[in-house]
Every structure is written in structure tokens, then in C-alpha cells.
Design a protein around this ligand. Structure first.
Ligand code: AMP
Ligand code: MG
Length: 420
């Protein structure tokens, strides 16, 4: 039987409403990023600040897609073989015109010579030079006009938009820009992101644990995730649990960062000072979202920087970073809106779910022999159990109003992308 979620008290903002509010507020509270010209080789993983319009056709001329012979297709209806009159190499075009009854040896990438309209691959031809001084080529089968010809502009037509402003440049995009002959592009400068952990119990890897201490996990997760984005990260370490330490840290980061991301200290515990200090130094605009894991999420702004307060539990920190902060950062970085891929899968096990909050459980999906998508939850779903994420390849997204799910029921999954 489904139970109500004891943590889903009135006042929690539904996930979609919180995300919409964040996307609206980050633009209102933020400053547009400056732009800069970058050489192509240094523009990977940066966001385009201009539309790219093609200055040329790609390919710039009709050329051969095969090593073989260029000919006029209709000639094979009249001739048994065609006289070989020259060669066209990639970079060394045949400059004459190919007449009726003639053909040209041609290599992949060579300009299609005037007078020809197709290419036959070498494997379907025979050399015939037994009976005269001239060499002729026997074609073993008929050919079609246009075959094995890469038409001018088949990839890109001059004057068309190739990439839009807001595109995060990946390796294929960089190659595409090079194929147009461009040497540099206008991109947005990296967003400056300051990160902190918080908590007196948190110590850094490399030191022995004393009683009650745990290793700092969240700053490493955050660093790893942010490293995949066009941001410059300023890592401020871990803040002690006093209002003075929190105040000092936030004021320092506010001087130079566009965005401050903290983890821990935003709940209702006696040592949770971050939220009240943000309230005191700036404006808190959002606190507590109806999602699981991750309820005590906070957003606001200081004099200069915008503030995102993630919950301390490592899974909560990661899920709120990925589902709430990342879309906001992408918008601030000038990226066009991204949508997450969701699909349906059959759960192989029952799923425990209380009514009240949108739940991002972690699972492993696979496609069975019949082509059905199946998903299996990754064990203990406690928000402190980070193996539940590292073992997973998807979220199992259970709506707020959903209760327990039985094995065999269909659920929504969201496959992880390269960020997780
Ligand atoms: P808090 O919201 O500060 O009470 O933190 C909630 C839980 O998350 C506590 O059990 C903390 O010890 C844990 N926690 C907070 N920050 C970190 C961190 N950086 N790495 C690992 N665990 C953390
Ligand atoms: Mg804490």
C-alpha cells in the first residue's frame, strides 16, 4: 500500500515549477556573458555566440566517391568499351573535356571531369589493351547518371545556416567549421563558477578519518561535472559550520564569481547556516523543492553572484545539480534549451514510492531479446548511497502523485547522458 511522503510538507515547490522559476530568475538576476574570438582548435566545448553562415558549398565541386572510371552513363548503351583518355587525381584535375565514347581514370575526391556524369568502381571494369595502342575499359554492367558522384553542396549549401548561436561545439561541429575554411569563431566567455563544500565533519581525501568524520564527496562530484562544461571553476574548499565562516566565504566568492554553488548546510539543522546567511547578504528566492532526493535545495542571489545551495547528501547534491542547476547554468552560458530524453521501460522489481514528491530513483536499463526496454533499480535508494548512481545508467522518474509500483509495470526512465 502507498503511503504519504513524511517529508512532503505543504510549501514544497513542485519540480517543474521550481525549474521554470529558476530559468526565469537566472536570466533576470544574471549578466550576459562577454564574447571572444577563439581559434577553431580551441573552440571545442564552447558555446557559439554567432550564427554560422556557410561562405562556400561543401563539397565545393562535384567529385568522385570511388576509385574507378568517370564516364557518361548513356555511352554504355552504344559502346562495348570506352577509350581511356586521361587521369583525374584528388588535387590534380583532368583539364580537358571527355568526349563521346571516352572515359577517364578517376580517384576518390578528384573533380568529376567536364563531359562525364558518373563513376563506375574499378572492381566492375576490365582493362582491354590487347588489340591497339589505345587502352579501353570494358564496363561489365550498366551505370546510372550521377552514381558515385558527390554533388557540389550536398553537405552544405553556400549562404545557409550551418550552426546556430547557442550551440555547444562538439568535435563534429569543429570539423564542420573547418570544412568551411573558417579559422576562428565567436564564442561566449566561460561562466565563472565558485564551489564550496560545508560541514565540520568533512575532511579531504588523503587524510586519515577521525571519529565522526567523512570524506568530502560533493566538491569532487561537482568538479567532475562542471569540468565537462565551458565554465571556469574556482574551488574554495570546505566551509566550517559557523555563520562567520559562511559569511566570509560567500562574500569572497561573490567578488569574482558569476555563480556560487555550495553543498550542505541548507536544511533545518542547528549547524545549517548557509540559507540564513544568503538571506542576510542577498535575496533567497527559492527553498525546498518537492523532489526526492534533494528537498532542501536553495536558490538566491548576492550583490553580484547567483547562489545555488545543494543539499549535503551526495545523491541529493548530484541530482539537484543535474536536474535543477545544470539547466540554469546552460542558460547562463548562452546555450540553447536542452531537453532530456525520456522513454518507457518495464520495471523488473517493485519500487517503493511515497506519494508527494517527484522521485529520481536510479536504475539500470537494457533491451531484452524481444526488443523490450527493462529497468532494474540499483538497490538501496537512500540519498547518502552514491553507489546507487555510479551503478546506474538512468533515472527512474516517478511522478509526485505516484505511489508504490509493482514489478512488471511500465515507468518512465531518463537515460544518463555524458555528464553523469
Ligand atoms: P547537511 O545538509 O549539511 O546537514 O548535510 C546532510 C548530510 O550530507 C550529512 O550527513 C553530511 O555529513 C553529508 N554531507 C554534507 N556535505 C558533504 C560532502 N561534501 N561530502 C559528503 N557528504 C556530505
Ligand atoms: Mg552540514
Amino acid at each position: 500500500m502507498s503511503t504519504a511522503d513524511p517529508c512532503a510538507k505543504p510549501g514544497l515547490m513542485p519540480f517543474q515549477q521550481a525549474l521554470n522559476l529558476l530559468l526565469e530568475k537566472v536570466t533576470a538576476n544574471g549578466h550576459p556573458l562577454n564574447t571572444e574570438k577563439r581559434p577553431l582548435a580551441q573552440a571545442d566545448n564552447r558555446v557559439l555566440a554567432q550564427d554560422i553562415i556557410a561562405p562556400i558549398d561543401v563539397p565545393p565541386f562535384n567529385n568522385s566517391a570511388m576509385d574507378g572510371f568517370a564516364l557518361r552513363a548513356e555511352d554504355l548503351t552504344q559502346f562495348e568499351s570506352l577509350t581511356l583518355v586521361g587521369t583525374a587525381l584528388a588535387g590534380t584535375p583532368f583539364t580537358g573535356t571527355v568526349e563521346k565514347g571516352e572515359c577517364i581514370r578517376i580517384m576518390t575526391g578528384a573533380v568529376l571531369p567536364a563531359g562525364t556524369d558518373c563513376v563506375e568502381m574499378q572492381e566492375n571494369t576490365e582493362l582491354n589493351n590487347h588489340h591497339s595502342d589505345t587502352t579501353s575499359i570494358v564496363f561489365r554492367q550498366s551505370v546510372k547518371s550521377g552514381q558515385f558522384v558527390r554533388q557540389q553542396g550536398q553537405d552544405i549549401v553556400s549562404g545557409s545556416q550551418v550552426l546556430p548561436k547557442g550551440q555547444l561545439l562538439g568535435s563534429a561541429d569543429i570539423g564542420l567549421l573547418a570544412s568551411l575554411g573558417l579559422t576562428e569563431v565567436e564564442v561566449f566567455e566561460p561562466l565563472k563558477v565558485a564551489i564550496f563544500s560545508s560541514g565540520d565533519e568533512i575532511i579531504q581525501p588523503g587524510h586519515a578519518l577521525d571519529a565522526g568524520q567523512i570524506y568530502d564527496t560533493n566538491r569532487y562530484t561537482l568538479n567532475a561535472l562542471l569540468n565537462k562544461l565551458p565554465v571556469s571553476i574556482k574551488d574554495y574548499g570546505c566551509i566550517k559550520d559557523t555563520p562567520e565562516a559562511v559569511r566570509k566565504a560567500l562574500l569572497l566568492a561573490d567578488k569574482s564569481a558569476d555563480v556560487i554553488i555550495t553543498s550542505g548546510g541548507v536544511s533545518v539543522g542547528d549547524a545549517d547556516h548557509i540559507k540564513p546567511v544568503v538571506d542576510e547578504l542577498g535575496t533567497l528566492e527559492l527553498w525546498k523543492v518537492a523532489i526526492k532526493p534533494g528537498k532542501p535545495f536553495a536558490y538566491g542571489h548576492l550583490a553580484n553572484a547567483q547562489f545555488f545551495g545543494l543539499p549535503g547528501n551526495p545523491v541529493s547534491a548530484l541530482v539537484t545539480m543535474y536536474k535543477l542547476v545544470l539547466p540554469a547554468l546552460q542558460q547562463l552560458m548562452g546555450m540553447s534549451k536542452q531537453s532530456s530524453m525520456q522513454c518507457r521501460a518495464i520495471t523488473t522489481t517493485p519500487l517503493k514510492k511515497s506519494i508527494g514528491r517527484l522521485d529520481f530513483q536510479r536504475g539500470v536499463y537494457n533491451i531484452d531479446e524481444d526488443g523490450q526496454c527493462l529497468v532494474t533499480v540499483t538497490g538501496n535508494q537512500n540519498s547518502a548511497v552514491l553507489t546507487s548512481v555510479s551503478k546506474a545508467n538512468c533515472f527512474i522518474v516517478l511522478p509526485a502523485e505516484q505511489g508504490d509500483v509493482s514489478a512488471g509495470e511500465t515507468v518512465t526512465i531518463e537515460p544518463f547522458d555524458h555528464m553523469l
